[in-house]
Design a protein around this ligand. Sequence first.
Ligand code: FES
Length: 102
Amino acid sequence: MSRFLPVAKLAEIPDQSAKCVQVEGKEIALFNLGGEFYAIDDECTHEGGPLSDGIILGEEVECPWHSAHFNIKSGEVTQDPAEDAVTCYKVRVIGDNVEVEV
Ligand code: FES
């Protein structure tokens, strides 16, 4: 059964930045886009690049290894060479905690 778990403090993820968090054995990239938080798998579906280290371009993140783009809100691929979407997770903010549903 899925549940929300606290993974970071609000202050750890400034606007237009990302952080890799470990949740139940998964590595998840947590993004702050204008005060809204989004979570996707940190591992690029191409060859495993760390998306939390990628460049944020609007609602997309560019993989630091071979420049695939993913939509941060949907996980969909928007630029090659990746072909498969990354998994998205629900995020909520409770007090100053950012929580992810896993
Ligand atoms: S590992 Fe991400 S584009 Fe290749």
